[in-house]
Design a protein around this ligand. Structure first.
Ligand code: SAM
Length: 332
């Protein structure tokens, strides 16, 4: 019996398993991290291809089944099983990650991997199709969103395989996709909290111009508060842009928690989940504060006033953030 709550859908198509392993480009010297090995169909092929497999599995029954499956075989010395929740586990060194994961942990797991150090070579992961499509979406694509931007800041992402639901037992209610994630090296030198705060604001209404977003009262007042706090700190010669440590809070913030709470939900229909519309937040026409002028000057300097987050590239976001920072405006 399989636990639906643990996202237990076993890969039953051996050709598909072969194809995933082949696309991963495993070397015989590789240490492989597998997340959610289940009964070990993928694990076996990973053991054949690499030097060592470290598998993290939540379900103790599956851990037993896995150990039993490889007991007394030459594989057993090259397989290390860690029982536990991968999100709460300190991950060991690995070269490559290959996994058919439970979809409810897609987002936090992706960011946990992206912040893992030292950076691995690549991860080849099965996701719910809608999640995968948002991961790989490019500027101007309908599905381009915070998740795309945040992931692609830290990694190159590409779509590898479409996988129909009938390749699993029991079949899930959604289709799947295998995606390759290659961490960028070196990792971009941005403060993760600052980046997150900045991207959240740009995507408040992803199809509105940045000019209109940065005129919103609550946006301006937030930025002005940050600005004043920093000025005060700096004048007391105590400047600090805050903590650059990567904790679980930022890992879950960068993703999209809404879809992690509910596996098998259809996230394809509504890609503008960041929208929080409210009439109470009209722009600040009339009162032109000094700070507002400062913010709008930054947008004009980079010719961003008429641009929209839905079409901005990674480089443009980084550039705009650097212009804000140069003007002393910060997002965390
Ligand atoms: N890899 C197997 C396969 O392809 O046949 C099973 C994949 S199944 C989709 C996901 C597996 O992840 C299940 O075995 C489940 O028990 C395990 N799992 C669920 N939540 C987990 C978590 N937080 N950490 C580690 N493993 C988890």
């Amino acid at each position: 019996t399989f636990h639906k709550s643990k996202g237990q859908h076993i890969l039953k198509n051996p050709l598909l398993v072969d194809s995933i392993v082949q696309k991963a480009g495993i070397k015989s010297t590789d240490v492989i991290l597998e997340i959610g090995p289940g009964t070990g169909n993928l694990t076996k092929k990973l053991l054949e291809a690499g030097k060592m497999v470290i598998a993290v599995e939540l379900d103790s029954r599956m851990v037993l089944e896995l150990e039993r499956r490889f007991q007394g075989t030459p594989y057993s010395t090259r397989l290390k099983v860690i029982q536990g929740d991968v999100l709460k586990t300190d991950l060991p060194y690995f070269d490559i990650c290959v996994a058919n994961i439970p979809y409810q942990i897609s987002s936090p797991l992706t960011f946990k991997l992206l912040f893992h150090q030292p950076a691995f070579r690549c991860a080849v992961i099965m996701f719910q199709k809608e999640f995968a499509m948002r991961l790989v979406a490019q500027p101007g694509d309908k599905l381009y969103c915070r998740l795309s931007v945040n992931t692609q800041l830290y990694a190159r992402v590409s779509h590898l395989l479409k996988v129909g639901r009938n390749n699993f037992r029991p079949p899930p209610k959604v289709d799947s996709s295998v995606v390759r994630i290659e961490p960028r090296k070196p990792r971009p030198q941005v403060n993760a909290k600052e980046w997150d705060g900045f991207i959240r604001i740009c995507f408040i209404r992803k199809n509105k111009t940045l000019g209109s977003i940065f005129r919103l009262k609550h946006v301006l007042s937030l930025l002005e508060k940050n600005y004043k706090t920093l000025q005060a700190l700096q004048s007391s010669q105590n400047a600090s842009l805050g903590n650059t440590d990567i904790g679980m809070d930022i890992i879950s913030s960068l993703g999209d928690s809404k879809e992690d709470q509910n596996m098998e939900m259809d996230v394809g229909s509504d890609n503008e989940m960041e929208v929080e519309d409210g009439d109470d937040d009209e722009d600040t026409e009339g009162e032109v504060s000094e700070f507002k002028v400062k913010v709008l000057d930054v947008l004009r300097e980079g010719q961003f006033e008429e641009k929209r987050a839905s079409k901005l590239t990674q480089q443009e976001f980084l550039y705009l953030l650097s212009l804000f920072n140069k003007a002393g405006i910060h997002f965390s």
